[in-house]
Design a protein around this ligand. Structure first.
Ligand code: UD1
Ligand code: CA
Length: 469
């Protein structure tokens, strides 16, 4: 469909009083992404960013910071006197800046985040086909309470008489089932010509954009409604509970999409999967797993319960056992992690490597096939291939002021409970005896012992007993 005659306004200035939150409503997240970013993504399927106008006000600086990379315009509504006022501010913006007024305006609400591109397209085509002055996207949810209601001329008639807000419903209108989604198309001239006629003499003391429907209809202009196919896509997020309902719907949709692409997800309702996450076919995700941010997981992996993986890249055939935490880590194919491994930022785990129980890593490379299976801390280290890091061995990377690097060559053997005091280098194939404190470089192929020699006193126990009895 040709949408070149459309500009888009996104109303995102409101305070979100019902959230009882310090943060701007449109910055609250569902599916791991701020509400506003979902709405902008949907808008971008209809018009390019230079025809999208985001109306901001409450916590405007924070909202702008989050959305600035999208390249949309920002319009400041310093005082928020209602949705009608938001569009009055946009009208002023056009006359001040001289920016071209689009022939049609698609108006979106920053707190209605699940709207689908297909629905917006359908709505815009319907609006043009019907030569409407205003087209309202509606739905009939199980519980319409709280929403503005759409009064049609007669049931089934596309034409609308008015929208009445919940607080302003007359007793005989309370049962009206069809709600206003807060998403509209306008013929811009008709909208702009009527904005100054809005009044704030209503239950909220605000200028309602919804009153434009009645004003246009009374003028004999064509005001029509179109129902959305799915209820969830038009639901608003005014309270934390509503937001979590949308979050669950969105995550379930993400899980379904992954399952359709060959991923097995046991008990998908228990997983928390952000909408940007990618997972390859034949990977299995167990209950209570969280996959967050820009995480990418390959094929044929198994992610066991209670693992939380964020902004990480995992190759094919990796096993992540229970309870691992990964943040900005990279894991090569066929590696094995966990249970209870903690991979902190810039952990690069090689192919076939093993990182095991209660091992913490940070800013390291662990080479192909290397193993650190029990109780290690490995930080700021470059560890080669085929290295065996014994139980409890650690890198001492921090001297209280600076961080230092540990380098371990291919095939080295780091004995249990040794401490590698950085900066230090252990050469290829070198051996570190268990319990050593290593403060000096160890050449390739050498054995280093950094512990005091054992003293054994035969018969000591019996002789002490004699003395103390
Ligand atoms: C609005 C509609 C209601 C509809 C519902 C759907 C009005 C008067 N009512 O009610 O009919 O059923 O959406 O979700 O429009 N905003 C601004 N500036 C303002 C006020 C609000 O930009 O001065 C923004 C908000 O940030 C929000 C959107 O407009 O993103 C809607 O405002 P909100 O106060 O949530 O309206 P509702 O009461 O939900
Ligand atoms: Ca709302």
């Amino acid at each position: 469909m040709d949408t070149t005659s459309f500009g888009i306004a996104i109303m995102a200035a409101g305070k979100g009083t019902r959230l009882k939150s310090k943060r701007a409503k449109v910055l609250h997240e569902i599916g791991g992404r701020p509400l506003l970013m979902h709405v902008i993504a949907a808008a971008e399927t209809v018009a390019p960013p230079d025809r999208i106008y985001c109306i901001i006000g409450h916590h405007a600086d924070n909202v702008r910071t989050v959305a600035v990379s999208t390249g949309v315009h920002f319009v400041m509504q310093a005082e928020q006197k209602g949705t009608g006022h938001a569009l009055q501010v946009l009208k002023k913006h056009f006359s001040f800046t001289g920016q071209k007024v689009p022939q049609h305006l698609l108006v979106l609400s920053g707190d209605v985040p699940l709207i689908r591109p297909e629905t917006l397209q359908q709505m815009c085509s319907f609006h043009l086909e019907q030569h409407a002055a205003m087209t309202i996207l509606t739905a009939v949810p199980p519980n319409p309470t709280g929403y503005g209601r759409v009064l049609r001329k007669s049931p089934g008639d596309p034409e609308v008489l008015a929208i009445v807000e919940q607080k302003d419903l007359a007793p005989d209108q309370l049962a009206t089932p069809e709600i206003n989604s807060g998403i509209y198309c306008f013929e811009t001239e008709s909208l702009f010509a009527n904005l100054s006629r809005l009044s704030d003499q209503n239950a909220s003391g605000e200028f309602y954009l919804t009153d434009i429907a009645g004003l246009l209809a009374a003028e004999g202009k064509r005001v029509i409604a179109i129902k959305a196919d799915h209820i969830d896509e038009v639901l608003g997020a005014n309270t934390i509970a509503e937001m979590m309902h949308l979050d669950a719907a969105m995550r379930l949709a993400t899980a379904r999409k992954l399952m359709a692409a060959g991923v097995t997800i046991f008990r998908p309702e228990t997983t928390v999967i952000d909408s940007m996450v990618e997972v390859g076919a034949d990977t299995t995700i167990e209950p209570y797993v969280q996959l967050l941010g820009n995480t990418r997981i390959g094929q044929d992996c198994r992610i066991r319960s209670y693992s939380v993986i964020q902004n990480s890249t995992i190759g094919d055939g990796v096993l992540v056992r229970n309870g691992c935490i990964l943040d900005s880590a990279t894991v090569g194919r066929c590696a094995v992690l966990g249970p209870y491994s903690h991979l902190r930022p810039r952990s690069d785990i090689g192919e076939d490597a093993h990182v095991g129980n209660f091992v913490e890593t940070k800013n390291i490379r662990l080479g192909r096939g290397s193993k650190a299976n029990h109780l290690n801390y490995l930080g700021d280290a470059d560890i080669g291939a085929g290295v065996n890091v014994g139980a409890g061995a650690i890198t001492c990377n921090y001297d209280g002021v600076h961080k230092h690097k540990t380098t371990i060559g291919d095939g080295a053997f780091i004995g249990s409970d040794s401490t590698l005091i950085a900066p230090v280098t252990v050469g290829d194939g070198a051996y570190i005896a268990a319990g050593s404190s290593i403060t000096e470089d160890v050449p390739a192929g050498a054995l280093a012992l950094g512990r005091s020699r054992q003293t054994t006193k035969p018969g000591w126990v019996a002789s002490r007993k004699k003395k103390t009895s």
